[in-house]
Design a protein around this ligand. Structure first.
Ligand code: FEO
Length: 394
């Protein structure tokens, strides 16, 4: 079992690594994850967040290696979701004097999750709690990721504990960004996390970053509740968040599709070929061969979405409909696109995909391209030309 790690003097990681989780409420976690809880010891002692319920023994053994858990004075609940609060009821049994600190939404939500009678302290943005040698400052971060979410800032250490913010589903033996041979996989997972978890409320992030600046919170280290701790690359992740939250994307295209008998796939390849001929980076993504949460990560940083669906039972093919429903809830920003697909008789899917794209604010650049049954040479040339036109529109 891994051990506690000191981040700053008297501040320790006491979380757990979930190496083998491969599915997280519908999100694919091919690199596992961690649940990061932090113990701040001193004149008074606080635990910031807990871990998923089944990892309680791992968290508590790390705490016990440092102090007696019964001596903990406060449990700060930065976020109520059960990957962070699952171990809370068992923790409160062995730390009976601990007072729970949370936002108003957090306190209300706690009673809907758990039935314990615990001492509660409600905090608002800007309020502080002194532990003697450490001062915790709280910042409500409504809807990042839930209404209850907040950041905790340790003033003396310039340490930000933002829970889901800046996190990644990334399991590692290492805790800090500068201990890894490459940060690329971590940044990839940070982008995927942002795209799938935080994108719907992305417009709240730039004002939040401004608020942090206005409050004069200098940040030397960011210790999120999932994945790697940002110690040497704080600027890199903050800059990435600033870009992702304003919909900044690259001049590249995604051709996302499913296919029943290969015709829509043949069209997809011809469209991508046209884009390549026009010199625009593109990617083909078959919806039953790529997990939708990975496709969403790609969508975060691509300007152009070309979405293809065969017509099935007068409608959109199920995997395409699933992606569109999921994407709609994530409120993609500043995207453009076109629909396409093969059909036998009705061809309703093309217009239906187009309607869904418009409904979620994607600018539809031209009417969708349909082909009856199997595309012939002329059809394929039309697809290539479509790819070129789209590429040239970037
Ligand atoms: Fe990691 Fe919103 O929970």
């Amino acid at each position: 079992m891994d051990e506690s790690v000191e981040l700053k003097k008297d501040v320790y990681w006491v979380g757990a690594v979930d190496w083998n989780i491969r599915e997280f409420h519908g999100y694919s976690t091919s690199r596992g994850t961690t649940y990061n809880a932090y113990l701040i010891t001193g004149d008074q002692t606080a635990l910031v967040d807990t871990v998923k319920a089944e990892f309680f023994p791992e968290m508590i053994s790390k705490i016990e290696s440092l102090i007696n858990p019964a001596d903990i004075d406060y449990l700060v609940v930065n976020h109520l979701e059960m990957d962070h609060s699952g171990a809370l009821p068992r923790f409160m049994e062995i730390a009976p004097k601990a007072q729970i600190i949370a936002t108003d939404y957090g306190i209300k939500g706690l009673s809907r999750h758990y039935r314990g009678e615990w001492p509660l302290i409600k905090v608002k943005s800007g309020e502080e709690l002194s532990l003697g040698n450490k001062t915790l400052q709280f910042l409500e971060t409504y809807m990042l990721h839930w209404p209850d979410s907040m950041f905790t800032y340790v003033k003396e250490d310039r340490l930000l504990l933002p829970n889901d913010g800046f996190g990644q589903h990334f399991a590692s033996y290492r805790r800090f960004d500068d201990e890894l041979p490459s940060l690329d996989p971590v940044m990839e997972e940070a982008a995927k996390y942002f795209a799938n978890i935080l994108m719907p409320l992305a417009p709240l992030i730039p004002p939040l970053l401004k608020k942090v600046e206005k409050m004069g919170l200098e940040i030397e280290m960011i210790a999120p509740s999932h994945g790697i701790i940002w110690r040497s690359q704080v600027d890199r992740i903050v800059k990435a968040y600033a870009e992702w939250s304003t919909g900044v994307a690259e001049n590249r295209a995604l051709v996302i599709y499913d296919s029943m008998w290969g015709s829509t796939e043949t069209m997809a390849k011809a469209i991508a070929h046209g884009m390549s001929q026009a010199g625009v980076e593109n990617k083909l993504l078959h919806l039953r061969k790529n997990h939708y949460s990975d496709i969403i990560k790609e969508i975060l940083t691509a300007k152009l979405l070309v979405i293809g669906s065969p017509t099935l039972n007068e409608g959109i093919f199920p995997s395409v409909a699933q992606l569109l429903a999921y994407l709609k809830g994530l409120h993609p920003m500043k995207k453009r696109g076109v629909a396409f697909g093969s059909y036998g008789w009705g061809g309703e899917a093309i217009k239906a995909v187009e309607a869904e794209m418009k409904a979620m604010g994607i600018e539809v650049l031209e009417p969708g391209l349909g082909v009856i049954y199997v595309p012939n040479d002329e059809d394929l040339e039309n697809c290539v030309q479509l790819g070129k036109r789209l590429a040239n529109s970037l």
